[in-house]
Design a protein around this ligand. Structure first.
Ligand SMILES: Cc1cc2nc3c(=O)[nH]c(=O)nc-3n(C[C@H](O)[C@H](O)[C@H](O)COP(=O)(O)OP(=O)(O)OC[C@H]3O[C@@H](n4cnc5c(N)ncnc54)[C@H](O)[C@@H]3O)c2cc1C
Length: 392
């Protein structure tokens, strides 16, 4: 297959080209059979995440003064993209990159020097981000988990759902209400906390949920969790604003993962269509097979350009809400279309776990819905780019 921009010196700096090579080399140590086996057992890819940590790549966005690599979002996106493009699944590890945003931008110097060096060295993991609640869903302003000031700290009580990687994380960033919604604008009165899960004891009870794909995720019951005041990130009541920065980074990184998935689907399917003979000729000589794959390629590569633009704007400190949201929308739709075209190309093999396509198919489906659904992305673009009335 002619190369997409994966190793393209025109769009990647020489350093990023080299970084991609190194990530690919690491991913080759974790072949299809590794992911297939974990998927069957619904087990966390501990060895893979450890290898990424050892390579320093989970500390990509941590500044060098705290022991990280000091990379920008373009490099981080390249790392995650290569993982998914190689057939792996970046989902179990990606949060350490984007959860960091709130701490880096709004954390105190004391918090950064206390937590970032052990995260960078791999001693601590910051993989969990607790926002979603059973009753609130997409409308974050309606969360009911409360943090009440008590002496030198806060006491947190409430419920969260679909909180991923909690069982494999030492730290968790959590959003809670610190003053009632009715008292001010709905987005005010929310605060962000850095929770040390190691000391949470029985005040956080996780209930693991079995999901469509191998994603360790949980419902959390939080009952009287004590968090020191020093673990409030940024200003009390400003938590919603603080997580917005991180959300753009998250959308861009998810877009990069979807582009990686899309390329994997297309490459696998095109390779299969070249060798599989039906009616005495290669399957791929039929336009009914070619066109969906060619269309998928066009959409995946176009989404990649938007994701690169969004990452470049983010790294330059420019506003990037429109670009980040558009990249996530286009890339998740493109990888899903590529997944369907690929399954159609493989026919029955597309459904057979031994061919890995059904696993990747399930994995990439998530990104049309999470971390934000594409409906809400369209609402954002209609309101903030087109200036239309808010629809919700
Ligand atoms: C595998 C997995 C892992 C997750 N990990 C985390 C995590 O680590 N931390 C965390 O905080 N959350 C996590 N989530 C939650 C995820 O972010 C939410 O599921 C997602 O934001 C959608 O929220 P919801 O499920 O409550 O859907 P709802 O808000 O109930 O919406 C349901 C559907 O209705 C649509 N909809 C809602 N409002 C509108 C509207 N106004 N206009 C048009 N359509 C609308 C949405 O598109 C959505 O598809 C995870 C979810 C999954 C499935």
């Amino acid at each position: 297959m002619s190369a997409g921009p994966g190793l393209d010196p025109f769009t990647d700096s020489p350093e990023i080209v080299q970084l991609r090579r190194e990530v690919r080399a690491l991913c080759m140590r974790f072949p299809d059979a590794y992911w297939r086996d974990l998927d069957r057992r619904r087990e966390y890819p501990a060895a893979f995440v450890q290898a990424l940590t050892n390579a320093g790549w989970l500390a990509a966005l941590i500044p060098t003064q705290y022991g990280g690599l000091g990379y920008g979002l373009r490099e981080a996106a390249a790392i995650l993209q290569e993982i998914n493009q190689s057939g792996g699944y970046a989902g179990p590890a990606h949060a350490q990159m984007y959860v960091m945003g709130a701490l880096l931008r709004h954390g105190s110097e004391e918090q950064k020097s206390r937590y970032l060096p052990p995260i960078a060295s791999g001693e601590l993991r910051l993989q969990a981000f607790a926002v979603t609640e059973p009753g609130a869903g997409t409308d974050t302003t309606r969360i009911e988990t409360v943090a009440v000031r008590d002496g030198d700290g806060y006491v947190i009580t409430g419920r969260k759902i679909y909180i991923s990687r909690v069982q494999h994380s030492d730290l968790m960033v959590l959003l809670a209400r610190t003053s009632p919604r009715e008292e001010h604008r709905p987005t005010a009165g929310l605060s962000l906390f850095l929770v040390d899960l190691r000391g949470a004891g029985g005040s956080i009870t996780p209930r693991p949920l079995r999901m469509l794909m191998n994603n360790e995720t949980n419902e959390l019951t939080i009952d009287g969790l004590r968090v020191p005041a020093g673990n409030l990130i940024g200003s009390e009541g400003m938590g919603f604003r603080h997580i917005l920065d991180g959300w753009n980074a998250e959308r861009i990184l998810i877009a990069a993962e979807c582009v990686g998935d899309g390329r994997w689907f297309i490459e696998r399917a095109a390779g299969y269509a070249k060798t599989r003979e039906v009616f005495g000729r290669p399957l791929g000589s039929n336009q009914g097979i070619q066109f969906p794959l060619a269309m998928a390629w066009a959409h995946v590569e176009s989404a990649d350009l938007m994701a690169r633009r969004a990452a470049t704007r983010f790294d330059a400190g420019l506003s990037c809400g429109a670009e980040a949201n558009t990249a996530k929308l286009l890339a998740s739709e493109a990888s899903w279309a590529a997944a369907n075209a690929a399954v159609d190309t493989l026919g029955g093999h597309g459904f057979n776990a031994e061919h890995d396509m059904e696993r990747k198919f399930r994995e990439t489906r998530l990104y049309k819905v999470a971390p934000v659904s594409n409906n809400l992305v369209l609402s954002y673009l209609a309101q903030h780019v087109l200036g239309l009335p808010r629809s919700y």
